[in-house]
Design a protein around this ligand. Structure first.
Ligand code: URA
Length: 440
């Protein structure tokens, strides 16, 4: 077999056989296929696409390029979720304990913040003492004991994806549905869960900006999952405005606790219930209505909050902060942003809002940067709200006063006001399952 022929076949619109994909991917990982040939193949895929079967096989090969986590020593159904990333997206910290409290095991690996979007592992580490680097044996033990563990990605998961992503990043081939879908799903397949619920964020703060593109990506990922023996569904959810009111690591943990106590903001609460319901449904816990009732009961009974505390305690976290937010380390400085015009807040550039929180220290500008866990933004007004002159729009938090000027400028630039309210997208736009797309 020759890489030249594989490239030519895809260039001419052909469908690659599994053996050809294996030759290309394993050769690229072991170094026998050079970057320039892989770049040409990626561009041919970008231009000509892939069938559902081809994409599923590519993903399986990418997943098997490294460790395949074997969760069989954990009894029962294991469920995972993945968000394509957003601002204020703290849903894992709410859904994982709800689902675990309902008897479905959560053995989850999560990521750190990336660009303007936050990451669950950083949020967890804002609870003092929490360990997210946990060895496999202890990880499995914890899930068997209490039904839940969320840790950082460890081991050698889907190295083909890492190498391919780096090449895509410099060859203008990121923005391609089969390549994005196989990249995300290769890591999810390798992580081992039986059921995977995908939260595809859509809007100006998301990786996918339109509903149409999000549905295409969701369909590709759902198809990959089922072709590879996993139960997968996706919700398309709004990211035209941050989720909830708190952006920043410990601020987001606090807001997650509020949801688990039944005191959270309506948007975040509803998105979390819908995601949890769909995870429970995939795990076979009942009808959609029964799963929704189960999720609500886990919150109202306090069982889900208890599960969150058990998880943090098992991973060394000081859970006193979850009962008493005053015990969280506080930012040294805060500054309010006051409205100097009246009107309706009709648009927030959510990516800019996320970047403003990064400027305050809540995220990293480079991979090596450390995070200021207490930094961030608490919104007081969100898209759709009416604003009077003198209203507080947001409070910014940082450990260094000089960080406020640039963050404030970016935050204010992100807001658009108008004299009349504008229609806002629904919170949950669509549900994609193996049976098709339901527009909600
Ligand atoms: N996230 C991923 O993990 N991979 C992509 O290709 C795009 C977003």
């Amino acid at each position: 077999m020759r890489m030249f022929d594989i490239i030519a076949k895809k260039r001419d619109g052909g469908v690659l056989e599994r053996a050809e994909l294996e030759f290309a991917i394993t050769g690229f990982v072991n170094g026998s296929v050079p970057d320039y040939q892989m770049s040409a193949l990626l561009m041919a895929i970008y231009l000509n696409g892939m069938t559902a079967e081809e994409t599923a096989q590519l993903t399986d090969i990418m997943a098997h390029s490294g460790d395949m986590v074997d969760l069989s020593s954990i009894s029962g159904i294991k469920a995972d979720k993945h968000s394509t990333g957003g601002v204020g997206d703290k849903t894992t910290l709410v859904i994982a304990p709800i689902v675990a409290a309902c008897g479905v095991k959560i053995a989850k690996m999560s990521g750190r913040g990336l660009g303007h979007t936050g990451g669950t592992v950083d949020k967890m580490e804002s609870v003092p003492g929490t360990q997210t680097a946990v060895d496999r044996e202890r990880f499995f033990e914890q899930v068997n004991e209490i039904g839940i563990s969320v840790i950082g990605q460890s081991g050698n998961l889907a190295p083909a994806d890492k190498k391919m992503y780096a090449l895509r990043d410099v060859t203008a081939t990121i923005d391609c549905v089969p390549l994005i879908a196989s990249s995300i799903m290769s890591k999810k397949l390798a992580a081992g869960s039986d059921c995977i619920l995908l939260d595809v964020k859509t809007g100006n703060g998301a990786f996918m900006k339109t509903l149409e593109d999000s549905i295409k990506l969701a369909k590709a990922m759902v198809s990959i999952g089922w072709h590879n023996g996993r139960k997968v569904a996706a919700l398309i959810t709004d990211m035209d405005t941050p989720l909830g009111y708190n952006i920043g690591n410990s601020l987001e943990v606090m807001e997650s606790v509020q949801v688990l106590k039944g005191e959270g903001p309506a948007d975040l609460t509803e998105v979390c219930y819908q995601l949890a319901t769909n995870m429970l449904y995939l795990a076979g816990k009942g009808t959609m209505q029964e799963c929704r009732a189960m999720a609500e009961q886990a919150v109202s009974s306090g069982a889900a909050f208890e599960k969150l505390k058990q998880m943090f305690a098992a991973q060394g976290g000081n859970i006193a902060v979850l009962d008493d937010f005053d015990q969280f380390q506080k930012a040294k400085f805060s500054q309010q942003i006051i409205a100097d015009q009246a009107g309706y807040l009709v648009r927030m550039n959510t990516e800019m809002v996320g970047n403003a929180s990064v400027l305050l220290g809540a995220g990293r500008a480079t991979k090596e940067d450390s995070i200021d866990f207490a930094a961030g933004i608490v919104l007081h007004k969100k898209t759709g709200d009416k604003v009077e002159v003198g209203d507080c729009l947001a409070t910014l938090y940082a450990d260094h006063e000089e960080k406020f000027a640039a963050a404030k400028e970016l935050f204010c630039k992100a807001l658009t006001f108008a004299d009349a309210p504008a229609e806002q997208p629904p919170l949950i736009m669509a549900r994609v399952t193996k049976d098709g797309v339901e527009i909600l």
